[in-house]
Design a protein around this ligand. Structure first.
Ligand code: UD1
Length: 341
């Protein structure tokens, strides 16, 4: 298939671009580089040995998006592009709704105009909200989210479901990611947050490389085995493989839209992840247990059985792999991707 990857220069998008090419698909990237560097593309081309067409514009521009489908032959879309910082979404809700929903509307219009029926959407475990039973099951009906960012994901899931049901032949997979971490084993691409990282793994990696003084562990008094929060960390390479599996499954899907958890099914605590990272680095790292971060849930992980049974996909990489690969990327690229084009 020739796959349009929106947000293909971003963290999960870039790893998925490589996985798609390795699986024999060809790729077209659209990205406005608002939260990624153009230099990632050269690395993707060198790792894949292929030229990757890139279109640099904001998908919210419906005319440009529709035109893109005239210029490029496209069989399917994987839609990653979107703003994703939970905290920022609280202070800039309008920007989040406008950007995340607007880009999706543009894509859906262009897909309808050009009769592209296959879509894989980048959703999040955040759609389960605060009250879903653990492990989270896809058929939990009361989707909710605690932040504007999360609510864009819930809303888009509803929009996609309605459109899929109204469009003969449309097939949409909603992929609900748990906590993506890790990097490509080459160390050439990885997560490159701009500014202070919001998420645990990139923060720990920046402590290890000396860009941050110490990890602040947000809360040591949760009702968990060691008192720190537990999450379902999933290697970005497993996540990328999950996108390829979902894409290739769309044709055989009996319903127009289906949600799949992409997680391991196992919880790992903040301190367990931190200790595993210390092992990968080979030395102790500084940390301090501080107060809880508002909004954090004590512990949750995926029920990954639907993706296993229906997509034939399971996560295979361990926490040790996630830490080793993150460290390889971070130590080879202390400042992330270089500037330039
Ligand atoms: C967050 C988002 C979620 C998003 C996901 C992407 C929130 C509330 N949720 O999930 O919507 O899909 O990222 O990966 O932000 N921690 C520390 N110190 C730090 C950073 C994090 O102790 O400096 C702890 C957090 O308290 C949490 C765990 O590490 O217990 C994981 O945090 P994080 O990586 O931010 O992910 P989530 O909060 O699970």
């Amino acid at each position: 298939m020739r796959v349009l990857v929106s947000g293909g220069a971003g963290y999960i998008g870039s790893h998925t671009v490589l996985a798609l090419i390795e699986a024999g698909h060809s790729v077209v990237v659209v990205d406005d580089f608002s939260n990624s560097k153009p230099t990632v593309v050269a690395r993707l081309e060198s790792l894949s040995g292929q030229h990757i067409p890139v279109h640099a514009f904001d998908l919210a521009d419906i005319d440009k998006t529709t035109q893109l489908f005239s210029i490029e032959e496209i069989d399917a879309v994987i839609h990653f592009a979107g703003f994703k910082a939970v905290g920022e979404s609280v202070s800039k809700p309008l920007e989040y709704y406008q950007n995340n929903l607007g880009s999706t509307f543009s894509l859906l219009h262009a897909m309808r105009r050009h009769e592209v029926k296959k879509l894989v959407f980048s959703s999040s475990a955040t759609v389960y909200g605060d009250n879903a039973p653990v492990p989270y099951p896809e058929d939990y009906e009361h989707l909710a989210a605690a932040s504007p960012y999360g609510r864009t994901k819930v809303m888009i899931e509803h929009v996609l479901s309605d459109v899929a049901h109204a469009t003969p032949g449309q097939r949409i997979a909603l992929l609900r990611y748990f906590n993506p971490v890790g990097a490509h084993p080459s160390g050439e691409i990885g997560e490159d947050p701009q500014g202070i990282p919001n998420n645990l793994m990139p923060f720990v990696a920046q402590v290890a490389i000396g860009r941050r003084e110490k990890l602040e562990v947000f809360g040591g008094d949760y009702p968990t085995a060691d008192g720190t929060c537990e999450r379902d960390y999933i290697h970005v390479q497993d996540l990328a493989a999950g996108h390829v599996a979902a894409l290739e499954h769309l044709d055989t899907m009996s319903e127009p839209v289906r949600a799949f958890n992409l997680g391991t099914g196992t919880g790992t605590s903040v301190m367990e992840l931190f200790r595993a990272f210390e092992k990968a680095v080979g030395r102790e790292l500084p940390y301090e247990v501080v107060g809880r971060r508002p909004g954090d849930l004590p512990a949750y992980w995926a029920d990954p059985s639907r993706a296993r049974d229906e997509l034939g996909w399971t996560a295979t990489r361990t926490i040790e792999d996630m830490c080793a690969d993150t460290w390889r990327w971070q130590s080879a690229n202390p400042q992330g991707f270089p500037d330039g084009s």
